[in-house]
Design a protein around this ligand. Structure first.
Ligand SMILES: C[S@@+](CC[C@H](N)C(=O)[O-])C[C@H]1O[C@@H](n2cnc3c(N)ncnc32)[C@H](O)[C@@H]1O
Length: 234
C-alpha cells in the first residue's frame, strides 16, 4: 500500500505547518513532552475503549492523520489479527511513529491511498477540527469510499466546550500578550471544533454515515467528543 503523496485542497501551506509542528527540535519542548505523555496516559485509553468496542476483532484499520500514533498504543491487536496502518501527510513523523502500528503510509486524507471498500475501520484523534466543513466533507467522502460496508469510523473531535482546549487557548493568549511579532500556538488552528452533538450527527448523516454513538467527552477528560458511525450496507 505505498502511497504517492498528493496534497489535499488544504494545500502546501498546511503541510508545511504540520511539518514544522512535528520538527524534531520542537518535540524537546516541555509542552510537547507533556502532550506526548498525555496522549499515552489519557487519549490512548479512550481510543482503546472505542476501538475494542466498535471495531471487528480482525482486519485492516487505518489511523487517518496519525502523527506519532501515540494515542494508538493501547489498541488491542487481538493477537495480530488486527493490522494497524498509520497514515499521515508528514513523512518525518511517520519515521517516529509508535511500533504498535504495523505499517506507515505517507498519504493525504483528501486522497487516501487505499482501494474502494478495502478497510475494516478508520479512526483519528484531533484531526477533523483543523479543516473547514467543506474540507471535512471531502475527507469524509474519502473515508466512505475506502471503508467496507457495515464497518465503522471513530473520530475523536474536540468540542467547542472542551475545557482543556480553552486552557490551551488561554496560555497562548498570555504568551502572545507579551507582544512578540511571531504568534505562539501549540498547534495549527482548530477552525471547526464540534459545536454540539447535533452537529456531529449532521456531519455524519450528510456524508452517508449512520451515527451509532456520540460520547460527550468524559472518557478523554473533556478534551474530545467521540463520534462512532457506520457505513450502511446497501
Ligand atoms: C493534531 S495532529 C493529531 C495527530 C495524532 N492523532 C495525535 O493525537 O498526536 C493532526 C495530524 O493530521 C496530519 N494531517 C494534517 N493534514 C493532513 C492531510 N491532508 N493528510 C494526512 N494527514 C494530515 C498532521 O500531520 C498531524 O499529524
Amino acid at each position: 500500500m505505498n502511497a504517492e503523496l498528493q496534497i489535499g485542497s488544504d494545500g502546501a501551506k498546511s503541510q508545511s505547518a504540520w511539518t514544522e509542528h512535528w520538527a524534531d527540535e520542537r518535540q524537546q519542548s516541555i509542552s510537547q513532552r507533556f502532550f506526548s505523555f498525555y496522549r499515552k496516559a489519557v487519549f490512548a485509553r479512550t481510543v482503546s475503549y472505542f476501538t475494542s468496542r466498535y471495531f471487528p476483532t480482525q482486519g485492516v484499520f487505518v489511523e487517518a492523520g496519525s502523527g506519532t500514533a501515540e494515542t494508538s498504543i493501547r489498541i488491542d491487536k487481538c493477537g495480530g489479527a488486527r493490522k494497524l496502518i498509520a497514515t499521515d501527510i508528514v513523512q518525518p513523523v511517520l519515521k517516529r511513529c509508535h511500533p504498535v502500528m504495523d505499517s506507515r503510509v505517507c498519504g493525504d486524507i483528501f486522497n487516501m491511498p487505499y482501494a474502494d471498500d478495502s478497510v475494516d475501520g478508520i479512526w483519528n484523534v484531533g484531526v477533523m477540527e483543523h479543516f473547514t466543513h467543506e474540507q471535512i466533507d471531502m475527507i469524509m467522502t474519502e473515508f466512505h469510499r475506502i471503508l467496507k460496508p457495515g464497518h465503522r469510523i471513530i473520530l475523536l473531535w474536540p468540542g467547542a466546550d472542551s475545557l482543556p482546549q480553552k486552557m490551551l487557548r488561554f496560555v497562548e493568549f498570555i504568551v502572545n500578550s507579551r507582544g512578540k511579532k511571531e504568534k505562539f500556538s501549540f498547534h495549527p488552528p482548530e477552525i471547526s471544533q464540534l459545536k454540539s452533538r447535533k452537529e456531529g450527527h449532521e456531519v455524519l448523516r450528510r456524508n452517508g454515515f449512520r451515527s451509532t454513538h456520540i460520547e460527550y467527552g468524559w472518557r478523554s477528560l473533556m478534551a474530545f467528543k467521540t463520534l462512532v458511525a457506520v457505513k450502511d450496507e446497501n
